[in-house]
Write a protein that binds this ligand. Structure first.
Ligand code: DHB
Length: 315
């Protein structure tokens, strides 16, 4: 049997990725060593841990827990501050696209971070995180504030020249996704990433009759296989409502090659791996690439453009 060559490259707007698979922000992308491992892996891009203007220790431990169906976390944005990430990246010789994730705690801090990222040529794009659910006493995430976000973006695009994408929280109503898409369509946004963890979940250890993470009385963001249906639904709806040049990066519940296929069938141009990267380590990327390629071979597809966005409705 002759095997056709399978091409899993993709583009995020005008950014070329040799593989449509990359890490999700937050997981194994904080330290020098973790970022070097990602740069040397087969991912199509490297995404950094969401950073703030100064270093943060984050919330008290334990702040991450995983079980067979998912994960819960309340990290509280531990990071080394934007300068660490910019200096690390400036030193590195790589052709891989680098996405800098930023997550200011206020609108002003986000302006500051985006302005700074604009000064660095090694940053291919910025993923602006408007959906961190774990900051104690924080204002509502901008991703859920339909009134503030429009003005916020208007001000960013007065000065921003970098390719910019937005990491969104999950939405649970069609009208919310429609509303957000209509706002985003008014701006020169490169991509959206759907979805961040489902906020305010809880996991219980029945032996101790206790929560499993310490911050915020045990409430935290849920990731992993159990959130996949919500990720797929958000991707699908944004795909139908967003301008066609705004790419979607799918994130949520991917643990095998078939999951990647489902994200792309819904309309994603690339995918991010979070919980499964945490569980399995850096070798997850080789496994997923292999599984995804074999899956496409069986389907007789040779590239992701053969099926991207082509989800059918049940007849
Ligand atoms: C953290 C969690 C998130 O879901 C996110 O988007 C950013 C930061 C955290 O707790 O560190």
């Amino acid at each position: 049997m002759i095997m056709k060559k399978i091409d899993i490259s993709s583009t995020i707007n005008r950014i070329k990725l040799s593989s449509c698979i990359m890490n999700a922000s937050g997981v194994l992308c904080s330290t020098d060593q973790e970022l070097s491992n990602l740069l040397n892996s087969s991912t199509g891009a490297v995404l950094t841990k969401s950073c703030t203007s100064i270093p943060r220790k984050g919330n008290l431990k334990p702040r991450y827990f995983e079980w067979n169906m998912g994960s819960i976390n309340s990290m509280g944005l531990p990071n080394f501050g934007i300068d660490f990430y910019l200096n690390f990246l400036e030193k590195k010789k790589t052709k891989k696209p680098i996405f800098l994730s930023i997550s200011g705690l206020s609108i002003e801090e986000n302006f500051f971070l985006i302005k700074k990222a604009n000064l660095y040529s090694k940053i291919t794009a910025v993923e602006l995180n408007l959906s961190c659910p774990n900051i104690i006493d924080n204002e509502e995430e901008l991703g859920y504030n339909f009134y503030k976000i429009s003005d916020f973006l208007k001000n960013i695009f007065k000065f921003n020249k970098k390719p910019l994408g937005i990491k969104l929280p999950p939405y649970f109503k069609d009208k919310h996704i429609k509303k957000m898409a209509l706002i985003l369509n008014q701006f020169p946004i490169f991509f959206v990433t759907c979805i961040n963890s489902l906020p305010n979940g809880i996991f219980i250890d029945t032996k101790t009759e206790s929560t499993v993470i310490k911050p915020k009385k045990g409430f935290g963001g849920i990731g992993g296989p159990i959130i996949k249906p919500f990720a797929l639904a958000n991707i699908r709806k944004f795909y139908t409502y967003l301008r066609k040049d705004i790419s979607i990066i799918g994130c949520g519940g991917i643990s095998c090659g078939k999951d990647i296929f489902e994200h792309i069938l819904c309309g994603a141009s690339a995918v991010q791996i979070g919980t499964q990267l945490m569980k399995e380590g850096i070798s997850v990327f080789e496994r997923l690439e292999k599984e995804f390629t074999i899956f496409l071979q069986k389907k007789n597809y040779t590239s992701i453009n053969n099926f991207k966005g082509n989800l059918k409705s049940f007849q």
